[in-house]
Design a protein around this ligand. Structure first.
Ligand code: UFG
Length: 338
């Protein structure tokens, strides 16, 4: 299959590009490198012996996208590109709406123009918010509590409307829980710019000596140890979920939503312990106030993806911590070390 991957140089995008190439698909990455590095794609080539096509462009750039579709004639699209920091989205909401919604419009129009009828979209478990209790099934109520989450929720609705209007279009929305870990080679991984917002890269940077200690945001949640629980999923399992979804869309029609998660809640303190075990390094931490907007617990009911995609998460939290540590310790400054 010929797959156009927006945001393919990023964290989840690069692991999925690698999996696509390994499975024999052809890939064209469209990425503006605003929050990623072309070095990730060079390493994907090193690991697979295959080179993905690459167009450095913002997905909102109609002319660049038109040329990419005309030259590559993709059978399917995976749409990762987007701005993704919850806190930042409350500071610059217009940027989030412009980039995340605008890129989706441009992409859907290019697909229609060039006769591409299959799209997999990166959504987020953030759409479940705190409207119901986990484990979340795909038919749980959805909404959002911040501009980032609203862009994901709005794009889901837009895709549903567009699929309803165009019976030739097949849409797979993947609601990711918390992606962690890295490729087992330690050659590609998560490379956040500045201070990491997310737990795993922060812990990894504490282990690597780049940060003094972890701040744990609250230990008074109604969870077994009082710290927040999440459904952490290894990024390699997540990448495999995209291939399973692409395969399913080839034989399906209409609009589909699948949770990609393990179904297991893991606490912040569990993650600290697992990372200490994987690295042999003690992670200093301090309990501080809850982070505004955090929910106590979020985890998937992955039954639908298990049944319909024939996919399930295989790797453990221990695997993810070992892989994240291998990536962080061999690339202390991420791809900037290259
Ligand atoms: N946490 C800390 N200290 C930190 C960072 C995080 O204690 O320095 C805690 C959080 O309070 C939370 C857990 O670690 O309990 C996980 O936090 P993350 O920021 O790693 O992940 P979130 O669940 O908050 O956010 C993730 C994605 C979002 C997405 C959201 C819901 O980053 O894009 O899941 O799906 F919106």
């Amino acid at each position: 299959m010929r797959v156009l991957v927006t945001g393919g140089a990023g964290y989840i995008g690069s692991h999925t590009t690698l999996a696509l190439l390994e499975a024999g698909h052809d890939v064209l990455v469209v990425d503006d490198l605003s929050n990623s590095s072309e070095e990730s794609l060079r390493r994907v080539t090193e690991l697979t012996g295959r080179t993905p096509g690459f167009v450095k462009a913002n997905v909102r750039d109609e002319a660049a996208l038109d040329a990419a579709f005309a030259g590559f004639t993709p059978d399917a699209v995976i749409h990762f590109a987007g701005w993704k920091a919850v806190g930042e989205s409350t500071q610059i909401p217009l940027t989030y709406y412009r980039e995340n919604l605008g890129s989706t419009f441009t992409l859907l129009e290019a697909m229609a123009k060039h006769g591409c009828h299959r799209i997999v979209f990166s959504s987020s478990a953030t759409v479940y918010g705190d409207m119901s209790e986990p484990p979340f099934t795909e038919d749980a109520p959805t909404g959002a509590t911040n501009p980032y989450g609203r862009t994901k929720h709005m794009i889901e609705q837009i895709l549903q409307d567009v699929a309803a209007a165009d019976p030739s279009l097949t849409v797979g929305v993947l609601r990711y829980f918390n992606p962690i870990g890295a490729h087992e080679s330690g050659r590609i991984g998560e490379d956040p710019k500045g201070i990491p917002n997310n737990l795993l890269p922060f812990v990894a940077q504490v282990a690597a000596g780049r940060r003094e200690k972890l701040m744990i945001f609250g230990d008074d949640y109604p969870t077994p140890d009082g710290t927040g629980t999440r459904d952490y999923i290894h990024v390699v399992d997540l990448a495999a979920g995209h291939l399973a979804a692409l395969g399913k869309l080839a034989e399906a029609s209409g609009y589909h939503v699948w949770n990609l998660g393990t179904g297991n809640p893991t606490s912040v303190l569990d993650i600290v312990k697992a990372f200490e075990k994987a690295s042999g390094i003690t992670i200093p931490y301090q309990i501080v106030a809850r982070r505004p907007g955090d929910v106590a617990s979020s985890y998937a009911d992955p039954t639908k993806a298990n049944a319909e995609l024939g996919w399930s998460a295989r790797l453990t939290i221990d695997d993810a911590c070992a892989d994240a540590y291998r990536w962080q310790s061999s690339n202390p400054n991420g791809f900037a070390d290259a």
